[in-house]
Write a protein of this length. Structure first.
Length: 152
């Protein structure tokens, strides 16, 4: 697996195509939780759908109960991957907002994961990846690092 592919899709390669389809619908609903899909969230969803060759409808589905979508995640690993992708999407616009945090918590409970430490661990895991990525982007900016390299 190429690093870029992992950066886009994380551990979703371990999911079945049916799980990816359900996850994409959950991600679209998650992006729209604050009634606005940001440009960054839209870009993430487009890349994610493209990576897995899934049709993307950016209009959230009216879902009374997420149980049908969540029922496809039939192993602990699949549940963790789904939650990790939800948190990753939530960080696309720069922060993991309260509405998004509450939605992830609710979905984790519906998935049978009640321990807040698990969700906090997923959040730290995703945050470390974003921090690593941001630091790399900063390092590659010519002005900043060229001045440091020269001792300015």
């Amino acid at each position: 697996m190429k690093l870029h592919q992992f950066a886009v899709s994380g551990f979703a390669y371990k999911l079945t195509q049916a799980q990816r389809e359900s996850l994409l619908k959950l991600l679209v609903n998650m992006a729209a939780i604050d009634h606005d899909i940001s440009v960054e969230e839209e870009g993430f969803l487009i890349e994610w759908a493209t990576e897995w060759q899934l049709p993307l409808e950016l209009t959230p589905e009216e879902v009374e109960d997420d149980a049908v979508l969540l029922s496809t995640f039939d192993s602990f690993a699949a549940k963790i991957i789904a939650l990790q992708e939800m948190v990753k999407l939530s960080y696309q616009d720069g922060h993991f907002g309260d509405e998004e945090r509450e939605k992830v918590k609710l979905l984790s409970i519906k998935l049978g994961i009640h321990n807040a430490n698990v969700i906090n661990g997923i959040n730290r895991w995703v945050r470390r990846w974003y921090d690593w990525h941001f630091e790399g982007e900063q390092m590659l900016e010519v002005d900043t690092w060229m001045n440091l390299a020269r001792g300015d």
